[in-house]
Design a binder for this molecule. Structure first.
Ligand code: AMP
Length: 185
């Protein structure tokens, strides 16, 4: 894919001061440009790396741990101001953007940018690989196994509430249901 293709955009976004939230010697944290929840950030290694979660191996454990720690520290600061916010940290099984990034996303999914079933399923099903589990898999198996067909099927599955597992017919109804659902996952 050519470097000016949209899927390469994160390499320039990390240099944009308006999008950059914080950085250290190994990572940069940016705002997600199309946030799928009230709080949505991406943590990337610096320099950026053209690879997805499926290419990680045991030598990447320390990097992913560091990315997670950076996300958790930011989440701690945000939840100090807004204690009810819950974050998940993880990777899409099949990323659309080519540079390695970890999502840090609040669990409200309350955003006009969350527009379709694929968006919903990419954050609420096992398509979203929890960062802690990625680290455990790398330590145990030396790699992260992504079954492409299974991952693509997860994106197409019926809209399901991650809290109570109710199946809801369309996204507006799902968002409405989810905002009121009190079940614990
Ligand atoms: P994924 O590759 O599926 O793990 O997710 C890529 C994330 O990058 C999505 O949440 C997008 O909203 C976000 N994104 C895509 N293009 C941009 C951009 N130009 N600036 C900031 N974030 C972006």
């Amino acid at each position: 894919m050519a470097r000016n293709h949209w899927s390469h955009a994160l390499a320039s976004v990390v240099k944009d001061k308006k999008m950059c939230v914080e950085e250290d010697s190994r990572t940069v944290t940016i705002k997600d440009g199309y946030p799928k929840a009230k709080h949505h950030y991406l943590v990337l290694p610096t320099p950026v790396q053209t690879r997805g979660v499926a290419s990680l191996d045991k030598t990447d454990v320390a990097l992913v741990q560091h990315m997670l720690r950076r996300g958790e520290e930011l989440a701690d600061r945000l939840t100090a101001k807004e204690p009810s916010v819950k974050f998940h940290f993880g990777f899409h099984s099949i990323p659309s953007m080519v540079h390695l990034h970890m999502h840090m996303i609040s669990q409200d999914f309350d955003s006009p940018k969350l527009k379709n079933k694929k968006h919903w399923n990419s954050f609420t099903t096992e398509f979203f690989l929890d960062a802690e589990e990625v680290i455990e898999q790398l330590k145990r198996d030396r790699k992260v196994t992504v079954n492409k067909q299974e991952a693509e099927d997860l994106l197409k599955q019926d809209l399901t509430c991650p809290r109570c597992k109710a199946v809801v017919s369309n996204l507006p109804r799902m968002k409405d249901h989810y905002a009121r659902c009190k079940a614990s996952p």
